[in-house]
Design a protein around this ligand. Structure first.
Ligand code: SAM
Length: 288
């Protein structure tokens, strides 16, 4: 009989990233602290994190968490954003751990199974802002538009975040999602992580632990953020994750290797490496 895959559905990937956040929290030199992550990740999350031997994936999740933390905090504290929509929030616990304005509206959207699981584990916890959770399949166009309309009616300046979501969607669904987000004039900024095809191929080749699991990477645009331009979003900033390690004092073996190898690269290759995995800050642009 075939053993059950380590990652059964895409929602198991939320347990996995929560386990990385829990491990990070327990380090003496943690880049962030997420005290709820251990509970949310559970045994299964810990097991996935233990068995997936890809240090680069752990590094990327930790770095992107720290980068998103900073970008979100600055948007809601200094730049007048009064609402955050976290698409595919999974087991993210930022509403409980970041310093946030109490009147900030924070809407989390994810598939019903993970929303129910999270609700059950967090009933006793108090978020630091006005938190709402919506069970929705974001590939259902009518359902997601209803969600976006509802948020847009109640906010002036909305920050959209998608962290660890887009790579699981086929490009046509990402395009449709981008269009629907752009349809809402108050959705002013969209933060998303992006991973290049070359990185995914390497992880897939080495990552036989994931074989048979429900999380294939589908969206790895060759053109990077330019993919979003026809749908009304342009890149205002890019944070490459490989360079974040040294900047944040996390001099891992991987960071050292990347630094060493990049010394021998052409400028073009260095840029390509920097662009291969990171966080894009998208703002509204003209639509095609
Ligand atoms: C890698 S996890 C990321 C979760 C969280 N953002 C984080 O960074 O830890 C991917 C998330 O995408 C959600 N997801 C995937 N497809 C989805 C869909 N069609 N609609 C809503 N959520 C979806 C999964 O349930 C899961 O929580």
């Amino acid at each position: 009989m075939e053993a059950e895959p380590l990652i059964r559905t895409v929602s198991d990937t939320a347990l996995w990233t929560a386990a990385y956040r829990a491990d990070e929290t327990e380090r003496p030199d943690a880049l962030f602290r997420d005290p709820l992550a251990r509970r949310l990740a559970g045994e299964r999350g810990a097991e996935i994190a233990r068995r997936v031997k890809q240090k680069a994936v752990r590094f990327a999740v930790v770095m992107r968490t720290a980068v998103f933390d900073d970008l979100i905090t600055s948007a809601v504290t200094d730049e007048g954003f009064d609402a955050v929509v976290n698409l595919a929030a999974g087991l993210d616990a930022r509403p409980y751990r970041l310093t946030l304005p109490a009147d900030l509206l924070w809407v989390e959207a994810d598939l019903p199974g993970i929303v129910e699981y999270k609700e059950a584990l967090l009933t006793q916890e108090t978020p630091r802002c006005r938190l709402e959770r919506v069970a929705v399949d974001l590939s259902d166009a009518a359902a997601r538009r209803e969600l976006f309309d509802d948020v847009a009616r109640r906010a002036r300046k909305v920050l959209v975040i998608s962290e660890g979501l887009l790579s699981y969607l086929p490009p046509e669904n990402v395009a449709a999602l981008a269009r629907d987000l752009a349809d809402q004039p108050v959705f002013a900024r969209w933060l998303t992580d992006l991973t290049g095809a070359n990185v995914v191929k390497r992880v897939r080749t080495a990552g036989h632990e994931l074989k048979g699991g429900g999380s294939p990477a589908l969206f790895t645009p060759e053109e990077g953020s330019a993919f979003f331009e026809p749908f009304g979003w342009i890149e205002a900033a890019w944070t490459g994750l490989f360079s974040e390690g040294p900047k944040r004092g996390r001099d891992s073996a991987l960071s050292r290797l990347v630094r060493f190898v990049s010394r021998f690269m052409s400028e073009e290759k260095r840029v390509e490496l920097d662009r291969s995995v990171g966080v894009a800050t998208l703002i509204r642009g003209p639509r095609a």
